[in-house]
Ligand binder design. Structure first.
Ligand SMILES: [Zn+2]
Length: 278
């Protein structure tokens, strides 16, 4: 029993600051009919360009993932995508009036709360869950320690190895069988990592992460500089990013193992998997 497709019961509008520009943007999440998938649309541009959330439509993976073309893009969609994956939302139109979606709280929690307020609507067609049928992997040519593997398996499980010689973070490992329950409890609230040194440099360039210390796990030389939500929040966020990035393939069944991987490898794996999913 894989369950039925879902959308939202009501439209949601979310305004907030964007990560890179610091500008205020407004995003709307609009319920859609069965079999339409997740689509993103720029409503501030002529002709309102839109694209489905598919691996081939990702054009930048530098710090976040951006969907678009050479003419337009929408940045930082991964935490919203993780929320849609975790809550099993299949059909949705996401509109935004700028080049980025609102950052929220640096995790998926902010989006999860808004979506749960609006309510989920169960639709009258079964979900299409795609199975990983054989091992597929991608590796980073510049760092032999970094790779990402997909294997066949029951349910959908993600394991991740965060390795660092930074004395504050150390190495972190976590593994989760992804269900709405484990997602809500263990993954949705996990925030992205930021090093204090880098934040200072960004701030000097005027890119202030919205200037808000609460939207990231801030790592100082001698300790964390803010309150953690989990002792291993960093590795949980890496799993959250994988959940968001791989939802470009829709619901999956199988096993994912990441070691020192990031958005670039996530999208490479998604492109490679797309050809062989059943
Ligand atoms: Zn992230």
């Amino acid at each position: 029993m894989k369950g039925f497709q879902q959308t939202l019961q009501n439209k949601i509008a979310i305004s907030g600051q964007a990560l890179h520009s610091g500008k205020m943007v407004t995003m709307e999440l609009i319920p859609q009919p069965v079999d339409t998938g997740i689509r993103f649309c720029r409503v501030d541009l002529p002709n309102r360009p839109a694209l489905p959330a598919k691996p081939r439509n990702i054009i930048d993976t530098t710090r976040n993932i951006a969907l678009g073309t050479s003419e337009w893009r929408i940045h930082t969609i991964e935490h919203l995508m993780a929320a849609l994956h975790g809550l099993k939302i299949d059909n949705l139109l996401v509109t935004v009036d700028g080049p980025e979606i609102p950052l929220g709280d640096g995790s998926a929690q902010f989006f999860v709360e808004k979506i749960r307020e609006a309510g989920l609507a169960v639709q009258d067609k079964p979900r299409k869950v795609r199975k990983i049928t054989k091992p597929v992997w991608v590796a980073d040519g510049t760092d032999p320690r970094s790779y990402l593997i997909a294997l066949p398996g029951e349910g959908f499980r993600i394991s991740y190895c965060f390795t660092s010689d930074h004395k504050v973070t150390g190495n972190q490992f976590a593994q989760y069988l992804i269900t709405p329950e484990t997602f809500l409890k263990n993954l949705a609230p996990a925030r992205t990592i930021a090093f204090w040194r880098e934040l200072e440099a960004l701030r000097k360039q005027g890119l202030a992460l919205g200037g808000n210390m609460e939207i990231a796990v801030v790592v100082g030389e001698e300790g964390y500089l803010n309150q953690l939500r989990f002792a291993d929040e960093i590795v949980r966020h890496k799993i959250l990013d994988l959940l968001g990035d791989l939802y470009l393939l829709g619901p999956l069944e199988g096993e994912i193992i990441g070691v020192r991987s990031g958005h670039k490898l996530d999208i490479e794996l998604a492109l490679k998997l797309e050809d062989q999913l059943e």
